[in-house]
Design a binder for this molecule. Sequence first.
Ligand code: GRF
Length: 204
Amino acid sequence: MNSIVILISGRGSNMQAMVEAGLPVAAVISNRADAAGLEYAAGRGIATAIIAHRDYATREAFDAALVRAIDGFRPDLVALAGFMRILTEDFVLRYQGRMLNIHPSLLPAFPGLDTHARALAAGVKLHGCSVHFVTAELDHGPIIIQAAVPVLPHDDEVKLAARVLAQEHRIYPQAARWFLDGNLVIESGVVRVKGDHPQQLYAP
Ligand code: GRF
């Protein structure tokens, strides 16, 4: 049975969307004991673990502990879902090709934090979210699927974030499913899905 380990730091709504989509989630691991998503996962009978970054003197030591926790579940896929830690290169290399991330922008626009505020400030008319393979460069890596939403005249950060989040909950389970089914092919850094599945959504 193939499985996913999901790493979270907070609310965990993307993790919840994956669980509700019926994906085989073996465990949810958080770097924060107060991550709200842990309670949801435990309530669904999913194994949870807390690897608190504050307990480790270095990034390397934290990542090593994280590796031990993840590998204990022998997952096929590691899914970062609002996991707010920068990972070491060794960690990324270990899971390269089997670790995904969801980012709340249409990459390569707006990598990093505060994407919705930056999209509003830039005056873009389309915004959205991307699921991509994780590589050593933050919020880069081959893009699997993107969803676009309109930026409307009276939007603020909260409204725009909510519109994007609804689409995150659609595309992340889809990307994870494709991965587990062995349907993703990367050619020269470009991801293709076997069978004719659309890799974009537009949600007006
Ligand atoms: C999402 O917007 C995700 O794209 C970003 O962090 C947020 C996490 O939300 N990386 P949640 O914890 O999944 O609810």
